[in-house]
Design a protein around this ligand. Structure first.
Ligand code: UDP
Ligand code: MG
Length: 312
């Protein structure tokens, strides 16, 4: 009895990459012994001809199923939709731009057949990713793992293999704001890690601007840690203590020397300092309150316009 592999591929304006993706991936899938495969393509509201290409693919080969979103909901939503739809015994999210080497799928499946429930793919070489992106990624992982109990393995993207039991666990998580890297790490399970070198994009340009990555990092940290909320309590306490000591010092000095110093500069500095600390902490509270607000609305993570082909 052969087991079913489900590839989950998010597509956002990837028309140029589709043919190359299939050329690279299909031979690998066909050669893995003891398995059948399906490919769940999620069209994340592409505005180019991506959807037409994908539909044509699914008409030629019924092993392709296309989930068409009503608009762009983002990669996290696309992955969630793919995981919900996949029927495989193992699920593999993979990028459409061939930055995740398809050849690694064979090794992942081998590790899975030997009993691993999660097979991670770790990038050993991010040379294809500009200095700034690499450095900011390194800082993000360090900060995140320091402030959050859920440790995200460094340099591991969404490209991985998950057993059916892991996918079922993910489907139970009710949150709408889905930071997939964090959720993947949160569910746990028996994990094996493989290394690979990150290739440059096969075609097109990255879909994540600097600002998008900044928001993504903020989302990651506020989704999995409340430490940023606590920092301000301590900072406030230290500030309050400091200003009380300073007040005491001024009183003593006035009593001893009697001199009245026109201290407008220090007053001004203190007002500005504490004003900005308060603004920052209000902003931080806002970040979490915004999250609570979005969750309470209970809106779905994504909307599907149409499903092309046979999806579970
Ligand atoms: N993607 C998506 N929705 C988006 C942005 C990206 O589905 O809003 C897909 C994109 O088509 C690609 C994958 O997510 O298959 C990774 O995107 P990209 O290569 O731009 O990210 P990077 O590799 O630069 O981090
Ligand atoms: Mg990419």
């Amino acid at each position: 009895m052969s087991r079913l592999l489900s590839l989950i591929v998010p597509f956002y304006n990837e028309a140029e990459a589709i043919d190359r993706f299939c050329e690279a991936v299909l031979p690998v899938l066909d050669q893995i012994p003891g398995t059948r495969w399906e490919i769940i393509c999620v069209d994340d509201g592409s505005t180019d001809t991506t959807l037409l290409h994908l539909i044509a693919l699914s008409q030629r080969d019924p092993r392709f199923c296309i989930i068409e979103f009503s608009r762009n909901f983002g990669k996290e939503a696309a992955l969630t939709a793919g995981i919900n739809a996949a029927r495989g015994d193992a699920l593999i999210p993979i990028d459409a731009d061939l930055q995740d080497p398809p050849a690694l799928i064979a090794d992942m499946v081998a590790a899975w057949q030997q009993g691993a429930e999660v097979v991670l793919a770790r990038r050993t070489d991010r040379a294809s990713d500009g200095v700034l992106k690499r450095q900011s990624a390194a800082w993000f992982y360090r900060l995140h793992n320091r402030v959050s109990k859920t440790k995200i393995p460094e340099n591991v993207g969404d490209f991985r293999l998950m057993d059916r039991c892991v996918a079922d666990a993910l489907k139970q998580l009710p949150e709408r704001q889905r930071f997939m890297k964090g959720l993947f790490a949160w569910v746990g399970f028996r994990t094996v890690t493989l290394d690979y070198a990150r290739a440059p994009r096969a075609a097109g340009a990255t879909k994540f601007s600097g600002l998008a990555l900044w928001n993504f990092a903020l989302e990651g940290i506020t989704s999995f840690s409340t430490l940023p909320l606590k920092i301000w309590t301590y900072l406030g306490a230290v500030g309050a203590l400091g200003s009380m000591l300073y007040a005491l010092f001024i009183i003593l000095r006035t009593l001893l020397s009697g001199s009245v110093v026109p201290g407008y500069a220090s007053t001004f500095v203190a007002v500005l300092f504490f004003g900005s600390v308060q603004l920052m902490s209000i902003g931080l509270l806002g970040e979490y309150i915004g999250r609570i607000y979005l969750e309470t609305k209970q809106r779905p993570t994504y909307l599907i316009r149409k499903i092309h082909g046979d999806v579970g």
